[in-house]
Design a binder for this molecule. Sequence first.
Ligand SMILES: Nc1ncnc2c1ncn2[C@@H]1O[C@H](COP(=O)(O)OP(=O)(O)OP(=O)(O)O)[C@@H](O)[C@H]1O
Length: 270
Amino acid sequence: MFSALLSQFRLLDILDIVLVSIAIYYALVWLRSSRAGQLLKGFAVLIGIFIISKLADLYTIEWLIGQLTPMLATLLIVVFQPELRHGLEKLGGNFFAPAAKQTADLNIISQIVKAAEFLAKRKIGALIVIERNIGLGEFMETGIALQAEINADLIVSLFHKKALIHDGALIIRNKKIGAVSCMLPLTENKNLGSLGTRHRAAIGLSEVSDALIIVVSEETGYISIAENGQLTRKLNLQAVQTYLLKVYQGELTALQRNLKKLFGKKPPAK
Ligand SMILES: Nc1ncnc2c1ncn2[C@@H]1O[C@H](COP(=O)(O)OP(=O)(O)OP(=O)(O)O)[C@@H](O)[C@H]1O
């Protein structure tokens, strides 16, 4: 029987299996990083009720769920519109972007690290976002546009408590400070303990984009980095530099980043 099966096996079947596996892999990554996991539990309950009502001949419940199903499909598209959009953007980015192969710019990296060191030592809260393949235009529009060279002193000044524009995030685009005072989306993750809004905004943006976000805590002076929905806390300057090298050299491929997200650790509570 096995040899009969083998004789019918075509090369195209391998492609078929590979494509389905990739689709399942991305669906799992998406489920883990979005609100879909929670919603799926709700659906599982509904399907459970539907099966029970069918088995027990509870016609009214069965009829009601049957009527609601088309509405739920529309509702799903509306509720997950941001995720679907970002998912498609990611797909386009992964296939068509030049794999984030940016030339390593050691000066930019050293300016950002220098700024993070200064801010952390003096406990000046900061959110520094580095845009990658997914455009952050909608978040930049919430702040003040700039076209400034990346310079440690400038970054520190922009986050200085006396600066009127110190609130919100600074976004780096194309090796320039593109905007400051930007509002980022807060994560809806309920398992973050007492983590404040600055850190939640960093995680939130990393869930809907491929940006790297550096957070300096005003309370503790700790430096953290959010990437792919994960927050890594209490980083030393060497670690920050390593993350930045990865961004500017495009060292991690999209697949590696997603694998890290799928099997990576949950962010620790504050
Ligand atoms: N959605 C957001 N987008 C960008 N920045 C935000 C957002 N929400 C809050 N912030 C920034 O975070 C600051 C408040 O930080 P908060 O103390 O609530 O968070 P935290 O994570 O505990 O940070 P810290 O450890 O620095 O105190 C705000 O003043 C603002 O600058």
